[in-house]
Design a protein around this ligand. Sequence first.
Ligand code: ADP
Ligand code: MG
Length: 595
Amino acid sequence: MKNASFLVFAALIALLPVTPAPEFWITLANYIGLYSIVAIGLVLVTGVAGMTSFGQAAFVGIGAYTTAYLSTTFGVSPWLTLLIGIALTAIAAFAIGAITMRLSGHYLPLGTIAWGLSIFYLFGNLDFLGKYDGISGIAPLDFFGHALSSGRSMYYLIWLIVIVALIASHNLLNSRPGRAIRALKGGRLMAEAMGIDTTRMKIAVFVYAAVLAAISGWLYAHLQRAVNPSPFNINAGIEYLFMVVIGGGGYLRGAILGAALLTILKDQLQGILPALLGGSGNYETIVFGILLVILLQWAPDGLWPLIRKRLPQRRAIDAPTQAQPLARRAQPQAGSALLDVVDVRKAFGGLVAVKGLSFAVRAGEIVGLIGPNGAGKSTMFNLVTGLIAMTSGSIRFRGEAIGHLPSRQIAKRGVARTFQHVKLLPTMSVLENVALGAHLRGRAGFARSLLRANRKDEAALLHEAALQLQRVGLQDRMYDEAGSLALGQQRILEIARALCGDPVLLLLDEPAAGLRYQEKQALAALLEKLRAEGMSILIVEHDMDFVMNLTDRLVVMEFGTKIAEGLPAEVQKNPAVLEAYLGGIDEEEKVSEHV
Ligand code: ADP
Ligand code: MG
């Protein structure tokens, strides 16, 4: 965060109260700060991780009510109630998250609405919380004997927390768990294949955001000196979401921009509309809604990206020039049993994609899995890597049954893969995408990353990613956005990412698809090099020339069964194989292209 625009921003914030700004500006700025803290957490949950939560306001409420109740009833110090509020919120968020974060599609936002409402009604119905009247007479915060009783004195504390939340969240995003959080949006499969426990990650980021919300609630209670349920209802939850969306979903600073815009807009409308339209009525809600819709039509990605374009470009995260090398696992003895697939069957409802397939890969071999489109090759890859569960059969890796393990457990044992349909995070740099592959080899978790106590771990992971990029010859594109690479290069990126996991067995699903001739030559050379280093590879590929020269053995599939197996030269002459390929739709093309 050491850049000019951030320093200017921080300086402006620091200077506002010493300018002759009217008191009212300070009040507004305080509320913007309070909302920003919540919105920063929501950026992580919704904007970055892709989980829509309508319920954040409820966590603000838990933070606010905890301090309101404990400080007024038992005279507990607000600094202690802050910790208690954080703990209570974390426990609540963990329990709620463990249930709702497993939901997908529309069920997740609906789930957040459900518990958001429940907590709101709880505040309103509990006697000891004062029901709908709430709790008043909350003491101001006491800061080393100095009471923070004015808006101006609260201002600094609020904005200090905003800045700390911003920096901590920024640190988190640019770290091992941060990459894992960003990977959540790309879908569960890729993240799990990289060894990320996606459910745990979702719950963790959800708890983090809830804790930020609770801190905001604590500040709110001591600013307002009274609480009642209404600021914590579902409307507020919706407004927090608006702040995030308007600010620019995935950007932390967008949270502050969104909070500022919404707060100022609402305030202005409340002043202008009654004068304009006469009388009272909640016109502002209607006009506000219309303005938001227009705004989102005009800037669907929110406003921060528009501003960001005008700021000096920030360079992507650097690869360290040196770092402690990561430990490597011992590679198995060449020729030893590695992968044993026995009588594996996979049915998708009525469609049986794999029908009792058996084959083996020995350490140090390159085995090709070939067959016409729809033969079941990718399904086989998904079964071996645990992304889908097999219907029956057994899969053993180095003698251990892995058929029913979750994919991150299989990744841990040294099975890495690429995808036929490239799965990467297009707006993240090539380097960081590749570093995702080393997830299991890092240790730094949430807390260390927030505090930036993860530097050694982080340097080791990024250095490893840089080494693997060098290994595959993509080092020149290290700092580019992954989405800007040509498809062929994106496939190479996926190989580098898989290599980052220090695999024993590499599964490549059509790595040469979309590559130009020279790129194919380079890929073949790379795979030869990997073989020379003792890597075992199972490869699905359509380009027959490519497969013939490279592989030790071929397994040929058609309609989910194995129709041939053997040395490439033998398989090429096998009548059943010729038939399978000749039987395709565009025969002429296939003959020349494949056999
Ligand atoms: P290949 O990779 O050999 O071209 P696939 O393994 O992708 O073939 O597909 C094999 C068959 O299984 C196809 O008929 C495909 O439509 C079907 N299939 C693959 N995945 C699924 C799925 N998740 N749900 C339903 N059918 C699937
Ligand atoms: Mg396929």
